[in-house]
Write a protein that binds this ligand. Structure first.
Ligand SMILES: *Cc1c(COP(=O)(O)O)cnc(C)c1O
Length: 454
């Protein structure tokens, strides 16, 4: 499998090269040159457990790593999960819930990042190289990325996050990791500021190569790849082709669902659930992608206006026309607004925005009707599934993206008296946090990296 950039300036990369490149050097995102078709292997794949299915799917994309080695890295990555099937499955009335939060940091990001850390380690050792990972997090990516690479000799990791805008527990999950190769950087700004700074640094190719920078955000293709697996797995487990309802921020997770469907897994519609940061919901309604103000909500991992993975979706929507995509992105970059002229032609993807009141009501409903405690991100999806139910004639599977114990305050607000807890998080209190606070400028971030590397 070879990889190319959505903007047309990079092509013919191997999987391991694309793993290390992260963001494509022309500013676009890396995608596989073709999407493998598994539609004639459904019966064979249906019988597999999660890890075996992951090995089959990932081998199609990561074909420059020897198969035995790859299988072993995948098995090790998912051995860190506490659920025997890696992912959990719950039925809440008509809606099924696919629990993706049984990894070490209790959010779905572990599914990709436990594997990514091991892939990096393996490839760097093979090549005798060192990597400085730079990531921006709205909360969950940071701790999951840190958990994936902590203590690894060939990697330093720098995580930018908006100061005071991730939950206190999420911050502790990052800042209490004692390994020397972990650098937590609190930026006085929003998540979009952090992501913007990261993009600017990756665009500075001289700095990027001087400091051997790599990416763990969902701009990294390997993350999307790993996430395809659970959509395939769940689609084969449902009695008939399900539609997936996905609480969405950067569009990485729902884009993985899109690819699973393109590969031939039996999947109905894709239901995109956003919080009040509704740029995607507006796009699917009217075809205009227009930046709005960032709202800070109960689901901070989705407080994103500019969804980096949306570019990958548009690339396929534009039938892999890089010139058209590049023009669209340039217009958006310059004016904060770009349009495809009309609402998207297909209704295979639907989107809706869910407000705070609806989110709280969804947590309350799941608790009162099904004795199940949802985290506020999963609740956005669950609320959306309720709205979509009349428009969709397939079963709906909602993805549950975080354990409720990560967001105890939102749970308390929705269902007073219910304390969402988890031993992993209880163990954090009393540990000493370590962080640096910086202004949201390029120079400040570069200074942190330069100092950390020395
Ligand atoms: C990251 C995250 C999301 C959003 O996922 P995207 O891939 O950015 O769309 C949703 N919920 C939780 C808990 C997250 O951590």
């Amino acid at each position: 499998m070879k990889y190319c950039s959505t903007r047309g300036g990079v092509e013919g990369l191997s999987f391991t090269d694309s793993l290390l490149m992260g963001l494509a050097s022309d500013g676009g995102l890396l995608v596989p040159e073709t999407i493998p078709d598994i539609s004639n292997r459904i019966d064979e794949l249906r019988g597999l457990d999660f890890v075996s299915l992951a090995q089959e799917i990932i081998a199609l994309y990561a074909d420059d790593i020897e198969r035995d080695t790859l299988d072993q890295l995948i098995a090790e990555a998912y051995a860190t999960f506490s659920h025997p099937d890696v992912v959990g499955w719950q039925q809440l009335g008509d809606v099924a819930l696919l629990e993706l939060f049984h990894g070490p940091t209790l959010a779905f990001k572990d599914v990709a990042l436990q594997l990514l850390g091991r892939l990096f380690e393996y490839v760097l050792e093979q090549r005798g190289e060192h990597l400085n990972i730079l990531g921006a997090t709205s909360g969950d990516t940071g701790s999951a990325a840190i958990a994936g690479v902590r203590g690894q000799p060939n990697i330093d990791i720098f995580i930018l996050y908006p100061n005071h805008k991730v939950s206190p527990l999420q911050e502790l999950q990052m800042t209490t990791v004692a390994d020397d190769n972990v650098h937590c950087v609190a930026v006085e700004g929003s998540f979009d500021d952090c992501q913007g700074l990261m993009k600017e640094i990756f665009a500075d190719l001289e700095f990027k190569s001087q400091y051997q920078l790599g990416a763990v955000n969902s701009v990294n293709w390997a993350r999307v790849m790993a996430q395809i697996v659970y959509y395939g797995y769940a689609s084969l487990r449902a009695p008939t082709a399900p539609s997936f309802c996905v609480p969405t921020g950067n569009f990485g997770n729902v884009f993985a669902a899109y690819l699973a469907r393109q590969m031939g897994f039996p999947i109905g519609r894709l239901l995109v659930a956003t919080n009040e940061n509704d740029i995607l919901a507006r796009f699917f309604e009217c075809g205009v992608y227009a930046r709005g103000d960032v709202h800070f909500t109960l689901s901070p991992a989705m407080d994103i206006q500019v969804a980096s993975n949306f570019e990958r979706f548009l690339y396929y929507y534009f039938e892999q026309d890089s010139a058209r995509l590049a023009a669209f992105m340039a217009e958006f970059q310059n004016t904060g607004r770009a349009s495809i002229g009309a609402p998207p032609a297909s209704d295979s993807m639907l989107a809706v925005s869910i407000n705070t009141e609806q989110t709280l009501a969804a947590i309350k409903h799941a608790y009162e009707q099904h004795n199940y405690v949802l985290d506020p991100h999963s609740a956005v999806g669950y609320a959306a599934a309720g709205l979509f139910a009349q428009r969709v004639d397939t079963p709906i599977v909602c993805v549950a993206t975080a354990h409720p114990a990560k967001f105890p305050d939102a749970v308390q607000r929705a269902v007073p008296g219910v304390h969402a807890r988890h031993p992993t998080l209880d163990a954090l209190s009393g540990l000493t946090p370590r962080k640096q606070v910086i202004e949201p400028t390029l120079d400040a971030v570069k200074a942190v990296i330069e100092a950390g590397v020395e």
